[in-house]
Ligand binder design. Structure first.
Ligand code: SAH
Length: 523
């Protein structure tokens, strides 16, 4: 059975496919970029997702719209769903023929009870696959600047669990581990018994001045760490208020940290920054913020759905050869246009001599996927700059232009082109709607914890945020975010909707917006 399951999809025989399958998938330590390609691929195609509190809400966004989700959250001392019920759930769903993805923090086979789940599945004859993940100790080492091995001082690493029912004796023979030399101990779930564990290690022979550290929420913007020695770490941790989930390191290599602690020194480290998913340029803004160490929360305020004006489409496609330019203001527009185009034509040359103009880089990338060249793109990604850039080509007089739109139909852009004597036909292909945020996991994270700042990179982003304010009410103890704007236009909209403008970019660019944020949070 296991062997059959190991084959790639597509090679599975039909009886296995109809039986359903469970994937025990390592969700990594937190930061979504640290999951494997395989994990992402499986989340994207899952029928059922089963996850707990260590899985980042961002991962859930990759799921299909019709994917069934089950939170089986576990925190120490609190089990939202007991282990046997989790296993029953996995079996039931697989028996229904579903592709079930069981996301487990870190690696499924490192202190994650993945072994037990796999065993139950095997006993029940349910096909399954295990996908490894970056385990917390590796992430904590990398992100806290603690190399787990070092040529001169540490030639072994031991993963240990400090977990034990409160009140019971520790299971691990800590004194024995205290005798090891040249070893880095990486202790999972050790915070509850930290003082006792360290005492036992020292009683076993560990030098009390051995460097030690605790790293909480490794790889995430809220990572925190405390360093000390085997003798004083427990006290320092207690003073700092650091708690679970954390990895405790004990060993000489911890002392190397001060020189290579890169992550916690980034200017936006520890900051939660909200951006709103209303424009194509978001991933660019996200990348810039994450490069400075921020934890980025991308609120999905707007959902884009295909909504084709058939009448306009048929007329335009019939006359395609007669147009000079086609103008796109979003990557979605490009995607939907080509979907419709290829329904009618099977050769890209049916586009004739149509020239392509688009608003910004993300839209351009979508056009270039079809090996078509973008001939006009403005320096700043706004509809108006796009119109100006087109006018500057000097080719608009009597030119026939298609403007692909959504239900916000780009009146200003169209008017500018018409003023430059272009003959413009609109092609509405999609509509943008408010996302239902009531049970959205990212919105929920925001409502519960708040953020340090929220960035608006366009007027429409500010408008959609204001439009969803009711669904985004913060909990009483959540952090209230400062509001930042990319420029005058956006600031005006923010004020109109009753929002304060706490900072504004010096020039209308994403870089300047991030810079303004860093400046503001410093002060
Ligand atoms: N299978 C997981 C471990 C689950 S046990 C893995 O491979 O990482 C849960 C423990 O993992 C927590 O108590 C904590 O010790 C550790 N842990 C998980 N995520 C962590 C993180 N982001 N930072 C620090 N420790 C983490």
């Amino acid at each position: 059975m296991r062997l059959a399951v190991r084959r790639r999809r597509g090679q599975l025989d039909s009886s296995l496919m109809s039986k359903g399958i469970v994937y025990l998938v390592g969700a990594g330590p937190g930061e979504p970029g640290l999951v494997t390609f395989r994990a992402r691929e499986l989340i994207e195609s899952a029928d059922v997702l089963v996850y707990d509190y260590l899985a980042h809400p961002e991962l859930l966004k990759w799921r299909r719209a019709d994917c069934e989700v089950h939170y089986v959250g576990k925190k120490s001392g609190f089990h939202a769903m007991p282990q046997d019920q989790i296993e029953t759930l996995l079996i039931e769903k697989a028996d229904e023929g579903k592709r079930v993805v069981r996301l487990k923090g870190g690696d499924p086979f490192v202190f994650g009870r993945g072994g037990e789940e796999a065993r139950t599945l095997a006993e029940q004859g349910i096909p399954f696959e295990v996908v490894p993940g970056v385990t917390a100790a590796l992430a904590a080492g990398a992100y806290a600047g603690i190399p787990l091995t070092h040529r001169n001082t540490n030639s072994a690493v031991v993963f240990l669990t400090g977990h034990e029912d409160p009140g019971k004796k520790l299971l691990v023979d800590w004194r024995a581990y205290g005798k090891l030399r040249n070893t880095t101990l990486a202790i999972y779930m050790g915070m509850g018994h930290l003082a006792e564990i360290l005492r036992e290690l020292v009683a076993g022979g560990l030098a009390p001045d051995t460097p030690a550290a605790a790293v909480q929420w490794a790889s995430l913007g809220r990572q925190r760490s405390v360093t000390g020695t085997a003798a004083d770490l427990a006290e320092r941790v207690a003073q700092s208020g650091l708690s679970s989930p954390a990895i405790v390191f004990v060993g000489e290599s911890v002392a190397r940290r001060s020189a290579i602690d890169w992550f916690e020194h980034l200017p936006l480290f520890g900051r939660r920054v909200v951006i709103t998913r209303t424009r194509d340029q978001n991933s660019e803004l996200r990348d810039k913020l994450e490069a400075f160490g921020a934890e980025v929360i991308e609120l999905p305020l707007i959902t884009v759905a295909k909504d084709v004006d058939r009448h306009a489409l048929v007329e335009i496609l019939a006359e395609l050869g007669g147009y000079d330019w086609i103008v796109f203001t979003s990557a979605n527009g490009v995607r939907f246009f080509f979907e419709e185009f290829f329904k009618g034509f099977d050769d890209v040359r049916s586009l004739g001599l149509l020239r392509f103009a688009c608003v910004g880089r993300a839209t351009a990338r979508e056009i270039e996927r079809h090996h078509l060249k973008v001939e006009c793109m403005p320096a700043s990604a706004t509809g108006e700059s796009l119109a100006d850039a087109l006018i500057a080509t000097g080719s608009l007089d009597s030119a026939k232009v298609i403007v692909v739109t959504g239900n916000l139909n780009r009146a200003a852009l169209v008017k500018k082109l018409e003023d430059a004597r272009a003959i413009v036909d609109r092609l509405p292909l999609y509509k943008t709607e408010k996302t239902n945020l009531a049970d959205d996991p990212v919105a929920d994270d925001f409502r519960r914890k708040g953020a340090d700042a929220i960035l608006f990179a366009s007027s429409s982003a500010a408008q959609s945020f204001a439009g969803q304010a009711g669904a985004l009410k913060l909990a009483p103890d959540a952090r209230r975010p400062l509001a930042g704007s990319i420029g005058g236009h956006t600031s005006a909209t923010m004020r109109e909707t009753g929002m304060p403008v706490d900072f504004e970019a010096k020039t209308a660019s994403l870089d300047a917006l991030v810079e303004a944020l860093i400046e503001r949070l410093k002060g």
